[in-house]
Design a protein around this ligand. Structure first.
Ligand code: NAP
Length: 298
């Protein structure tokens, strides 16, 4: 199977490349400057030339706060670019898997969001990612949209790496404790993407298509996540850092975030028999990869 994925330096495309190499699956990454999702015409030639069996749409404008002031660019990259990519998938008669986000939801639901809940984004980033979902669904039925959340890994920029960096110079950190979500490890996303790709390439079943939620098992807050990071770091000989829980109002950002963006993985489990590992297990794996040391017992 030959997988074509957008993005060359991102957390998910890098994880996918690494896993593909271990599994003997060809993963071709395409990204800037060869293709630019904000210029959809740049997509056609490299996508056709790659002759993929499946296309994975991972690249995105992921700067959530900056998107509030770069709306047109975020819309082009997150909405129109993936739409154009889906049209190419339809032309080549191959499935397209597309990564979307928990930020398509408003965050005011009491319970966990499932795929039947109606999106109502509260940020430009969320709105542009929702536009990507809509444009992909309009271009081809042969799509699998996977909404993930709070992505971290040894690669690129993410919350785990930011916490560890800040913890080097500070003994205490204030972290938001009233936003609830599901941390998700990019290598786990890659594992699921390959499993989904293998299935949809071989099976035309329409119930395998559509929207699915894909997050690490369990839930926490950003403060709970930070505490897990520093506990794991301390268990590897790192410095103890105290996490002070603060409310969202005490950490104003240009983009509003959903207070609750917990996603249920039940549909993915029922359709594909797939579950990601609990976020604590994956965090341990990530810290081992980042520090080169395993946690001491006890
Ligand atoms: N990160 C999260 O917490 C999170 C949460 C929910 C959903 N997601 C979704 O999951 C997917 C993967 O996220 P990630 O964390 O792997 O993202 P990432 O690390 O920020 O990587 C994004 C990739 O997109 C590329 N890119 C940006 N603008 C582009 C353009 N105009 N044309 C082509 N490529 C472009 C970047 O290239 P350069 O590095 O060269 O700029 C980079 O390779 C995205 O669709 C994202 O929306 C992420």
């Amino acid at each position: 199977m030959r997988i074509l994925v957008t993005g060359t330096e991102g957390q998910v495309d890098t994880s996918l490349k690494a896993l593909g190499e271990r599994m003997g699956i060809e993963v071709i990454r395409i990204g800037l400057p060869d293709i630019d999702l904000s210029k959809p015409k740049t997509l056609a030639e490299p996508v056709r030339a790659a002759k993929p069996d499946v296309i994975i749409s991972s690249a995105a404008y992921t700067a959530v706060d900056k998107a509030e002031s770069e709306t047109a660019l975020a819309q082009a990259i997150n909405g129109d670019g993936p739409g154009a990519l889906a049209k190419l998938a339809a032309e080549l008669n191959v499935p397209i898997l597309h990564l979307s986000t928990d930020y398509v939801f408003a965050g005011d639901k009491d319970g966990i969001y499932d795929e039947s809940d109606v999106p109502a984004p509260v940020s430009v980033y969320g709105a542009t990612k929702l536009s990507g979902e809509t444009q992909i669904a309009a271009a081809t039925d042969n799509h699998v949209i996977l909404r993930t959340a709070w992505v971290y890994s040894p690669y690129g920029n993410n919350f785990v790496k930011t916490m560890l960096r800040l913890g080097e110079t500070r003994d205490e950190l204030n972290v938001v404790a009233d936003q609830h979500g599901c941390p998700t490890y990019a290598p786990e996303i890659a594992r699921a993407l390959i499993a989904v790709a293998q299935r949809v390439v071989a099976d035309p079943d329409p119930t395998l298509r559509g929207v699915f939620h894909l997050t690490g098992q369990g839930e926490t807050t950003w403060a709970g996540f930070a505490e897990g990071i520093f506990a794991g770091s301390a268990a590897r000989g790192g410095k103890a850092v105290k996490v002070n829980p603060i409310p969202t109002e005490a950490y104003p950002t240009p983009a509003k975030r959903p207070a609750n963006s917990r996603l249920s993985g039940e549909k993915l489990n029922q359709s594909y028999g797939l579950r990601l590992d609990p976020w604590e297990t994956s965090l341990d794996e990530c810290l081992t990869a980042l520090t080169g040391t395993v946690a001491k017992e006890g």
